[in-house]
Design a protein around this ligand. Structure first.
Ligand SMILES: [Zn+2]
Length: 311
């Protein structure tokens, strides 16, 4: 049995998986401090209440929303957890009193999960973007997760480059990252701009404090031109990056996950239409852009497979 922990800013999703089957899934709130101490305490309580035993746990596998430097075994940064140069592996081993602990960046975990479990036949190569508070990115090359060779925490495709407006400052401290525009946060920021908000409120006949993507699903599904245009514009920086990366990497598939991907195939179509202008014709013609299949459990499954193969 492997204990998989998908750490998030507000809560950690925990799943006990045995023989490719989820035995149990539970959530633990993430406090602002002593996150791992609290996790251990809450998991102990859960184990006790539900009859699970630590001696049956073969490994613990973490999916972390931040950059993990495998060489130094340190989380370089995880903004949502307020971790800067945090020695997660060492601390988790000490607090859990457990040796076999594995760590993956959350986007890499989602990519690995989607590749191992979501994609029939596991393509030779693929990249995944998850649109949420930020934009996560993971890459499979030659049937392996690509972590880079110099820093060891590569595929941060949501950041760097200048695919978005150059004056837009991203939470990572760099200008022009696509995350600032193409994340769910970026899309919702656009939906709440005065003109757009007034339009949506008049269309739906009610007022909103803040408009969320979930509020405009019907308008989106009915091809409302204003809403579709907001998505086209917000997804443009991501589309440019996908087009560019495809030209560089020539992967078998591009997968889009995260909250906005629940809107379905139309999201991948918008990205496909957007990037036509920016991609070499021969690469564009047979590009495959799909919506992720595993949804919110991709990270848990990625953590599981990662541990299973590295035990
Ligand atoms: Zn950034």
């Amino acid at each position: 049995m492997i204990l998989n922990i998908d750490l998030g800013g507000n809560s950690a999703k925990c799943a006990l998986i045995e023989n490719f089957e989820i035995k149990s899934k539970f959530f633990v709130e993430t406090p602002k401090f002593e996150i791992i101490e609290n996790l251990k305490k809450m998991i102990d309580i859960y184990f006790k209440e539900n009859g699970y035993k630590w001696e049956n746990v073969e490994a613990i596998s973490f999916s972390v929303p931040g950059a993990y430097d495998k060489k130094t075994e340190i989380i370089v940064f995880a903004g949502n957890l307020n971790w800067w140069n945090y020695p997660l592996l060492k601390e988790a081993r000490r607090i859990f009193n457990f040796e076999k602990i594995f760590i993956l960046n959350d986007a890499n975990a989602a990519t690995y999960g989607e590749w191992k479990k979501g994609q029939d036949g596991m393509p030779e190569s693929m990249m995944l973007f998850t649109l949420g508070t930020g934009v996560g990115h993971g890459l499979i090359l030659n049937k392996q997760i690509w972590e880079g060779t110099k820093k060891g925490y590569a595929s941060e495709g949501g950041h760097g480059g200048c695919f978005a407006d150059e004056e837009l400052l991203c939470s990572c401290g760099v200008y022009g990252c696509l995350e600032a525009r193409s994340s769910a946060t970026g899309i919702e920021r656009e939906l709440n701009k005065a003109d757009n908000k007034n339009y949506i409120e008049s269309k739906l006949g009610k007022e909103f404090k803040t408009i969320k993507i979930i509020d405009i699903v019907e308008l989106f599904n009915n091809e409302d031109p204003v809403i579709i245009n907001i998505f086209k514009e917000c997804l443009m920086p991501l589309s440019k990056a996908v087009g560019y990366l495809q030209t560089v990497l020539d992967v078998d598939k591009v997968i889009i996950g995260g909250g906005p991907s629940n809107l379905g195939k139309r999201i991948s179509e918008i990205i496909f239409e957007n990037l036509k202008k920016y991609t070499l014709k021969s690469f564009y013609e047979d590009m495959v852009i799909e919506i992720a299949k595993l949804g919110n459990d991709a990270g848990i499954w990625g953590a599981y497979y990662w541990a299973l193969e590295n035990i």
